[in-house]
Design a protein around this ligand. Structure first.
Ligand code: FEO
Length: 169
């Protein structure tokens, strides 16, 4: 059985993951509209992953006797200045998510809820991968020229970066 405090912080995390999914979906749509096919594929798939994180939390909360609350979501930005702008936002967002996950883990320990603490370890590892991936993408963006041919190459190679980053950790 979950304590009220753990249930509440897990429900906040449901909202954060749902928000991430919505946020990346808006980025994907912008990228698709601006001719960045590879980037949009990357972001659509990242959005799906965030939804699966949300569902994992929803399942766990309900299984442990709590009530998973499905939240309303704020509307994300419609447009972005550049691809670099998109990924700068993405990296900052993931760093923030890592802090939130760490806070959930901290509350589990304070509440002596070792079951939820154990469940959350998957998210701790996932955040290491997500941050590594976002940093790999930013490193690549810092190497390519911000002109049409640089962006064309970046957009062509982005799905490959996904695999490289996940092999690194
Ligand atoms: Fe589910 Fe990207 O954090």
């Amino acid at each position: 059985m979950l304590s009220k405090r753990v249930e509440e912080v897990l429900n906040s995390q449901v909202q954060i993951e749902a928000n991430s999914s919505q946020f990346y979906l808006a980025m994907a749509s912008w990228a698709e509209n601006n001719g960045y096919e590879g980037t949009s594929e990357f972001l659509y798939s990242h959005s799906d992953e965030e939804r699966s994180h949300m569902l994992k939390l929803v399942g766990f909360i309900n299984e442990r006797g709590g009530h998973a609350i499905i939240p309303a979501l704020p509307k994300p930005e419609e447009t972005y200045g550049s691809i670099k702008d998109v990924f700068k936002n993405l990296l900052e967002h993931e760093i923030n998510v890592t802090n939130k996950i760490n806070n959930v883990v901290h509350i589990c320990l304070e509440e002596k809820d070792y079951t939820t603490h154990n469940f959350m370890q998957w998210f701790v590892s996932e955040q290491i991968e997500e941050e590594a991936l976002a940093r790999t993408v930013m490193d690549r963006l810092n190497l390519v020229a911000e002109d049409a041919s640089g962006m064309y190459m970046f957009d062509r190679d982005i799905m490959g970066m996904r695999n490289t980053a996940s092999n690194k950790v």
